[in-house]
Design a binder for this molecule. Structure first.
Ligand code: PGA
Length: 246
């Protein structure tokens, strides 16, 4: 009932022309994918990569968006700007933005509402740090990130949630399939209580954190896991395509 979605998060990697080369390689490899395939590229790559994916089943995503329509926000990018380039998805509240760029649940909330109002699909990232997991605070942290970050969202299934335990991002340490499944199940129960049980059953929740060809199928085989947000392994066409075909 929930269509799986595999999204690449290129982070701050490659130049625009290298990005085009990567999607050109990727296109034939994922042409028969049964899941949604998205590449979330740096803002500087959106135009060129957007042209390259036209007519293919690869959708274009950005890595952040500002909540204002326009104005004096040096360095920021609005929903209208993204949409004109063919962007359909946007990552919001990635842990790197929370950690290094002052992103809070409140700014995540503003960005999410603005994206939805403008017809973009937010991929809202949540996840606990190692310290929080070890001190049994995982549920408390996720509850706060979900209730604050998604406050005021009318139809939760219009967005995608990415559960990314910070200790698993870029570390090579993947959450076990049981850990990921259980925690995503918890997120779904929070959605059911805070929003509605029907929304909880419909919303797609990805796992992210050192997902790669060798562990994609076992993670994707779990009941609660509807996809992946892929960092490192999305930078190689073959690896990413193998995850897409889990
Ligand atoms: P990783 O990154 O796959 O390199 O761990 C995932 C992410 O940060 O989205």
């Amino acid at each position: 009932m929930r269509k799986p979605i595999i999204a690449g998060n290129w982070k701050m990697n490659m130049t625009p022309s290298q990005g085009v080369q990567l999607v050109e390689e990727l296109k034939p490899l994922v042409a028969d994918a049964t899941c949604d395939v998205v590449v979330c590229v740096p803002a500087t790559h959106l135009h060129a990569v957007g042209q390259a994916v036209k007519g293919s089943n690869i959708k274009l995503g950005a890595q952040n968006v500002h909540f204002a329509k326009s104005g004096a926000y040096t360095g920021e990018i609005s929903c209208d700007m993204l949409k004109e380039l063919g962007v359909e998805y946007v990552i919001i509240g990635h842990s790197e933005r929370r950690q290094y760029f002052g992103e809070t649940d409140q700014t995540v909330n503003k960005r999410t509402l603005a994206a939805l109002e403008n017809g973009l699909t937010p991929i809202v990232c949540v996840g606990e740090s190692l310290e929080e997991r070890e001190s049994n605070k995982t549920e408390e942290v996720l509850l706060r990130q979900i209730t604050e970050g998604l406050k005021g969202v009318e139809n939760i299934p219009d967005l995608v949630i990415a559960y990314e335990p910070i200790w698993a991002i870029g570390t090579g340490v993947t959450a076990t399939k049981e850990q990921a499944n259980e925690t995503i199940g918890y997120i779904r129960s929070v959605i059911a209580k805070t929003f509605c049980p029907k929304c909880a059953a419909k919303v797609r929740i990805q796992y992210g954190g050192s997902m790669k060809p060798s562990n994609a199928s076992e993670l994707m085989g779990m009941e609660e896991i509807d996809g992946g947000l892929i960092g490192g392994a999305s930078l190689k066409a073959v690896d990413f395509s193998q995850i897409v075909k889990y």
